[in-house]
Design a protein around this ligand. Sequence first.
Ligand SMILES: [Zn+2]
Length: 346
Amino acid sequence: MCRKAVTVRGPVDPAALGITLAHEHLLADFTCRYSPAADEAAIGDGLALSDRAALLRDPAGYRVNLLATDEAAALRECAWFAEAGGRTVVDLTPVGLSPDVMGLRRISEASGLNVIAATGFYIDSSLPAWVEGLSVDELANRLVDEIETGGAEGIRRGAIGEIAVESGSDVELRCIRAAGRAQARTGAPVFFHVMSGILPQFRDMTDELIGLYRAEGGDLTRLVLCHQDGSGIDPAYQERLLSSGLWLEYDTFGSEGVFAFGDTYIQLPTDSQRIAEVAALVAAGHIDRLLLSHDICYQTARRARGGWGMAHILTTLRPRFAAAGIDEGKLMHMLVDNPARLFAFA
Ligand SMILES: [Zn+2]
């Protein structure tokens, strides 16, 4: 029996997914990261060039930069991606970032793209009060229900994630355990948002999270560690993770600026560094466990607002991958074959 991938318009043959971005946010509200800038009142719709300058310097300082809730804007980004040959977008927007699965279905219908929606829970500070009171079982039941029946909206989710851990609080760890249980019950792929790619001090905690997930029955070959861009400076860390069977995701292509983290900002790697690290992993024989995406969350990353947008890997970066030794076949292996394997579970 051929397993199907689950899109917002129903299960599809995985061969129909085509070029797939495994980690994006078409509709999401990132105001859990909001930390007001002194001059926020001076920013209008954030579309002026002078606004862009402010938004790039202080991404979480302006609400307008954190609100990706406009369907028409998401559709424009989808159109550019489709024009470049893209076929499927995975929206990993969990509870805490205002997931909108009905909106995702409308976007899928209007754009003609496959959209895979997810079920999950973001960092503790983003979560509504009702999540805090749920047991591991109750959390797992919700994940399973949204995958198997489509939950309240009746639209089945095709992935679990992104399950986010930053503080490592009790509720975040319960969500990790729930994800392991829900994975074992459904077979769905799981995405962990962890900081260990860019921040070495989070690597021990990531090992613990993987242990919790595994203890609940979660399959490591269905687990993706998100945001691993930059971790290539520590090949032993990457090798340890990959040898356990899980996936590494390079998912912030195009993002070369800063990411708001608590009251600080993290300088992100460059695309050149990402490509070099991916090329090294491919040369080391790990091509079957790599995913590529843009994880567009700040509005400034969108093409309509002057950013690189969702067609960046396919257009701007394609020749740069080739120059680094990742020819078209290898690139398509990571953008087509790998997602087709990972998302086929139903
Ligand atoms: Zn994330």
